[in-house]
Design a protein around this ligand. Structure first.
Ligand code: ADP
Ligand code: MG
Length: 337
């Protein structure tokens, strides 16, 4: 797995940062070398990784402006197998303003800065700010693919078309290889009918680009940042931690199956059309079975959903940590964990 993945959606509060931190920890747990880049002036990824954003000597601001080398701003995060962080704080807002005044090359600053270090990591995750601004554009130009977290609610699809059209523009202008890594359903509550309907719509639109793994609404994911840790090191058997382990496994498995190089949006639409637009019918995992309102299965609490993906995670990664995920996710129905 050698990829730069931007985690983007201009809507705030959809789970970008939670996904960035927990996916970084989960991929690191499968012994991949992970670089996590904070591209949001709010610095939530930085704080959530346990780094004090008010004490940074160098950060993504200086890196973007070419005032320091990437290597000089990196911080090692020690949780578990550990990962590397390029931290950020509010200085990044000033960097964005400075970038906007540049006559040329402002979209390629991050890509150029990453270049010397790309081969040092198996996967580079970029947490984007909640805006389609120059910081997000830099992330999309630097990336091979974009991972889109979506909360399955009424206005969810609105933000999506603006993001997809930005992705198309970036493909045309600067980064023709940019693909859709996948659409991730976050904060999912299977008892909510609307969530199930929006989820079904996503599958109709995106077919198998929708990750089978569903991230449930889970209190451990929400509280872990206040301890400066990924959920995996706050409560490793929590449903949230297990879901992100399963996501890491699904991504690795997809890559190994050769579908890692994602098709364009047009190809996705075509494929979905060819299969009668009913991607769910072909999917063996209960977590894509949105047609049925068997919501418990959807949540993975009975072992068919998240556990199904966790089994895939194990098969793909062959790691003890994913094995734990399988065991733990069949524990039962305690929604608070
Ligand atoms: P974004 O980066 O897109 O703005 P965040 O990841 O910061 O979104 O999530 C917004 C809020 O929702 C945060 O308080 C976070 O802790 C909480 N949150 C995110 N994902 C979950 C989840 N699966 N279950 C419960 N709370 C979540
Ligand atoms: Mg965020």
């Amino acid at each position: 797995m050698k990829r730069v993945i931007a985690i983007a959606m201009q809507k705030g509060g959809v789970g970008k940062t939670t996904t960035a931190v927990n996916l970084a920890a989960s991929l690191a747990a499968t012994r991949r070398r992970v670089l996590l880049i904070d591209m949001d002036p709010q610095g939530n990824t930085t704080m959530g990784s346990g780094v004090d954003k008010s004490q940074l000597r160098r950060s993504s601001c200086e890196v973007l402006l070419g005032e320091c080398q990437l290597a000089d701003a990196l911080v090692t995060i020690e949780h578990g197998a550990g990962f590397t962080l390029l931290p950020a704080n509010q200085d990044l807002t000033a960097a964005e303003v400075r970038l906007l005044t540049l006559p040329i090359g402002r979209e390629t600053k991050l890509r150029n800065a990453l270049q010397p270090k790309r081969d040092d990591f198996d996967v580079i995750l970029i947490d984007c700010p909640p805006a389609l601004n120059m910081l997000t554009v830099n992330a999309l130009v630097a990336a091979d693919s974009v991972l889109i977290p979506m909360q399955c609610e009424y206005y969810a699809l609105e933000g999506l078309s603006a993001l997809l059209s930005t992705v198309e523009q970036i493909r045309d202008a600067a980064n023709p290889r940019l693909s859709i890594e996948g659409v991730l359903r976050t904060m999912f509550d299977p008892r909510n009918n609307l969530a199930n309907e929006v989820s079904a719509q996503l599958i109709t639109h995106f077919g198998d680009k929708v990750f089978r793994t569903v991230i449930p609404r889970n209190i451990r994911l929400a509280e872990a940042p206040s301890f400066g840790r990924p959920a995996l090191f706050h409560d490793k058997e929590s449903r949230g931690a297990l879901a992100y382990l399963a996501l890491a496994g699904e991504m690795i498995r997809r890559e190994e199956e050769g579908s890692g190089v994602a098709p364009s949006a047009a190809q996705v639409a075509e494929a979905s059309h060819e299969s009668g637009g009913d991607a769910a019918a072909e999917a063996p995992s209960a977590s894509t079975d949105t047609g049925s309102h068997d919501t418990a299965r959807f949540a993975g609490t009975t072992g068919n959903g998240a556990a199904g993906s966790a089994v895939s995670a194990e098969a793909a990664a062959g790691e003890a940590v994913a094995g734990e995920a399988v065991a733990a996710s069949s524990h039962g129905e305690d929604l608070s964990r």
